[in-house]
Design a protein around this ligand. Structure first.
Ligand SMILES: NC(=O)c1ccc[n+]([C@@H]2O[C@H](COP(=O)([O-])OP(=O)(O)OC[C@H]3O[C@@H](n4cnc5c(N)ncnc54)[C@H](OP(=O)(O)O)[C@@H]3O)[C@@H](O)[C@H]2O)c1
Length: 367
């Protein structure tokens, strides 16, 4: 059974890829970084050919209302059409718990339209609606920041770990299509302000968080309960305290945040290269080739993990080039937290950029 994950470098998609490959499933990691663009359709038919299941875990790179609407409408139409042509038997998509209860949010209106297109589309489907991921908290905080203060509505949410969302997706992929919406939420309800306050405090972030009923989330005012999961929702196992212990607190235990510090220094060096540019967005930074704008690699700032998606043939080549370049599903990773990690990551980025500039034909091979 071939499973194609669209958005395979994202928070949810990358974790689903690791889970599926760990279980020996035949997977294809698809996103612009591996030459598959669900918006333009480039590379889509090849990636989906022979697939049984397509998981749509992609997200719009921009948040302007019109761009988001266009992104989800077009990517969904393209994925459903390519899936129908390839005989896909299960279309799985990620959406947002409570999407239909916040009509003032352009982002959530776009997600509702995406769900409707899937429901009335040609493929058997399952839609998994998730609450905000713990991994999104940095981005939520940044969006609400004005100077040293973060203003957020105190509406309660049930945040969930992206690992738990990936586990739920993994189970859905192995099941028959439900032709309905399934919710997943975390085990605890927390005010949005309280959630962000606890994460920032654990990261020794000096910003002050204030509850403000008028503050916006995803572009809209938020009533308490608007993002509550429906009855019968799946419940993720990870509690905030456990997630903090595993991620933020582990990074700050020695009074510094080594992964983040090393990642920042690496990105500043790479941004100064003539043919590369760095885009930071929340907990991820994407390194792109300046000319083509293609994503060369993604750096997870929290974990210090660099992921360079590559076709399978080049993953085999990379394995022999550097002892710290580790093959993974659909690419090569480097862990910056090891002593030689930053140098190995920089070497990987340089090699990946040289391929882009001097051997683009090698990158055109199937992922
Ligand atoms: N994060 C949350 O808290 C949360 C909560 C509930 C639901 N969701 C839903 O879950 C889904 C995934 O969210 P996420 O936070 O995991 O996303 P993310 O981390 O922002 O990743 C987005 C992914 O989409 C890919 N992508 C962007 N444009 C693309 C294109 N044109 N063609 C193909 N791939 C493209 C990106 O890879 P490239 O840049 O390489 O293309 C990346 O792999 C979204 O639908 C979102 O609405 C998220």
């Amino acid at each position: 059974m071939k499973i194609v994950v669209i958005g395979a470098t994202g928070q949810a998609g990358s974790r689903l890829m690791s889970l599926l490959s760990g279980h020996g499933r035949e997977t294809v990691a698809a996103s612009r970084a591996s030459g598959v663009d669900a918006l333009t359709g480039v590379g889509l038919a090849d990636a989906i050919a022979g697939a049984t299941v397509v998981v749509d875990a992609c997200d719009s790179p921009t948040r302007a209302d019109g761009a988001v609407r266009e992104f989800f409408a077009t990517t969904t139409a393209n994925l459903l059409a390519a899936g129908a042509a390839a005989g896909v038997r299960h279309h799985v998509a990620l959406s947002v718990v409570g999407a239909d209860r916040v009509p003032d949010s352009g982002y959530l209106r776009a997600k509702v339209a995406q769900e409707e297109a899937i429901r009335s589309g040609p493929l058997p489907y399952t839609i998994l609606r998730a609450t905000p991921f713990f991994e999104l908290v940095d981005r939520i905080a940044d969006a609400g920041t004005d100077g040293g203060t973060v203003r957020l509505p105190p509406a309660r949410v049930r945040p969930v770990a992206a690992d738990d969302v990936a586990a739920a997706l993994g189970a859905i992929v192995g099941d028959a299509p439900r032709r309905t919406v399934v919710d997943i939420a975390g085990p605890e309800a927390l005010g949005l302000d309280d959630l962000v306050r606890r994460v920032l405090r654990a990261a020794a972030d000096p910003r002050v968080v204030r509850a403000d009923e008028r503050a916006r989330f995803l572009g809209a005012r938020l009533e308490d309960g608007a993002l509550r999961p429906g009855p019968g929702a799946r419940v993720g196992r990870t509690r905030l305290a456990d997630w903090l212990e595993r991620t933020v607190a582990a990074r700050t235990r020695h009074g510094t945040m080594p992964a983040r510090r090393d990642a920042g220094a690496l990105l500043r060096r790479v941004d100064a290269w003539p043919h590369a540019r760095v885009e930071r967005r929340g907990p991820r930074a994407t390194v792109r080739d300046e000319a083509g704008g293609r994503a060369l690699a993604v750096l997870e700032l929290e974990t210090g993990r660099l992921i360079a998606p590559l076709p399978r043939e080049l993953v085999d080549t990379a394995r022999d080039l550097h002892p710290l370049w580790r093959p993974t599903a659909g690419g090569v990773t480097v862990d910056l937290s090891s002593p030689a990690g930053p140098a190995a990551a920089e070497a990987l980025l340089r090699w990946r950029l040289e391929l882009e500039l001097f051997a683009p034909q090698a990158l055109a091979a199937s992922p």
